[in-house]
Design a protein around this ligand. Structure first.
Ligand SMILES: Cc1ncc(COP(=O)(O)O)c(C=O)c1O
Length: 392
């Protein structure tokens, strides 16, 4: 067990800190040593004894994937599914919901673009209507305006907890209270919040929550997870079935796996699943409260430092802000900036306007540079970034 936010230990577990300043945790974080070891150990077992045999031997570690998520999210292990990405988790939940022609869906402009694409596609296929919730003066979803948007056929609200294109933290609990009060289904994309802050599905009152392994949870690539409230999971019909999610019981009959397991695939990256379970345990050992308490003020200090630089504009809305810091510098192309920072061993990413088009249009955004911090980052590194951005 790590002592709460033992920075030295966190950095020792993250050997790449010696070589690079990694501010691309919202893209893919650096796996801590124990997570990497869990992954490599399983791959070595696969090589030594065979993939199926290694899986059978790893039954306990695989079971702990579900137990770890259940502990982190405050749910039942049967409400958790292992998925290959956050998008696949989202699609599995969203496309399976019992929506019929004429139903209405509430959404906000900060919604992750892939989720919005899925919404647009399903709306066209099924004849659904989309209603946009406005932003309040802080740029977050205007919770007070939501009741006024509910009509007879409003069935669902979609929210991206922490958008990938800004530092906003949406008021996900308040949206959950609203959804419960108006009897709407509530799908929460926690792709950027999982691993950054505590998430309690009871407190959030969401019906489904999705995320990925590689971002703030610091798990491996090609992994994701889906939480779905059991009562909902057991009345939805998954879009796809296979021998994992269903059992053939006769020529004209099959039964579905319990809870969220009906969304899983038989074939999977077992090493990735084990390592993601390990990553959740690691995050909980560090403490999700402690992680949030460290990275949010660090990100605020970085925003202040950036705002003081000539020509730099910080673009993060919200009264509560995450570890994602977005900014632009006048006259500086973001792709070029990223390459130059990378040349100085500082990893950042960029958000071209079209990746978050709805938000970019609403907020009149330019292309953005994104620096996303994690708990193992330190003040010397943010200083290095400020100096390098100043020199761009
Ligand atoms: C808010 C949000 N949702 C969903 C996703 C999609 O995650 P994945 O690439 O694992 O499908 C991302 C990825 O950047 C994201 O930032």
């Amino acid at each position: 067990m790590l002592t709460t936010l033992d920075l030295e230990r966190l950095r020792a577990d993250t050997p790449a800190c010696e070589q690079i300043v990694h501010f691309n945790n919202a893209g893919a974080s650096l796996m801590p040593q124990p997570v990497y070891a869990a992954m490599i150990e399983h791959l070595a077992r696969e090589q030594a004894v065979g993939g199926y045999e290694a899986q059978a031997d790893a039954a306990e570690a695989i079971a702990d994937f579900y137990a770890a998520f259940a502990d982190m999210l405050n749910c039942d292990p049967l409400e958790v599914a292992f998925m290959e990405s956050a998008t696949k988790a989202w699609d599995a939940a969203f496309y399976s919901l019992p929506l019929v022609p004429g139903d209405r869906v509430l959404v906000h402009s900060s919604t992750y673009s892939s989720n919005y694409l899925a919404l647009l596609q399903l709306a066209r296929r099924k004849g659904l209507s989309i209603d946009f919730a406005p932003s309040d003066e802080d740029g977050q979803i205007d919770v007070a305006a939501l009741p006024g948007l509910v009509r007879d056929r409003t069935k669902l609200i979609l929210l991206t907890h922490c958008p990938s294109q800004s530092g906003l933290i949406q008021p996900a609990k308040a949206v959950g209270r609203f959804a419960r009060e108006y009897d709407l289904l509530y799908l929460l994309d926690a792709c950027q919040s999982a691993g950054q802050m505590p998430l309690d599905v009871d407190a959030l009152q969401c019906d489904a929550l999705t995320g990925t392994g590689r971002k703030f949870l610091r798990g491996p690539r090609g992994t994701g997870f889906l939480y779905m409230r059991r009562e909902l999971a057991e009345r939805v019909d998954p879009v796809f079935v296979d021998l994992q999610s269903a059992m053939l019981e006769g020529p004209d009959h099959y039964s579905l796996a319990p809870g969220a397991r009906r969304f899983e695939s038989w074939e999977r990256n077992v090493a990735g699943q084990i390592a993601l379970g390990r990553a959740v345990r690691y995050a909980m050992d560090v403490g999700l409260d402690a992680i949030a308490a460290r990275i949010q003020p660090m990100a605020e200090r970085l925003r202040e430092g950036l705002s003081d630089l000539p020509g730099v504009t910080v673009h993060d809305p919200g009264s509560n802000r995450s570890a994602i810091v977005t900014f632009s510098k006048s006259g500086v192309d973001v792709g070029n900036a990223k390459a130059r920072l990378n040349g100085r061993a500082i990893n950042v990413s960029t958000v071209p306007r079209e990746w978050a088009l709805l938000d970019a249009q609403e907020r009149n955004l330019p292309d953005l540079i994104r620096a996303s911090l994690h708990a193992y980052n330190n003040a010397a590194e943010t200083d290095r970034l400020l100096e390098a951005v100043g020199a761009l």
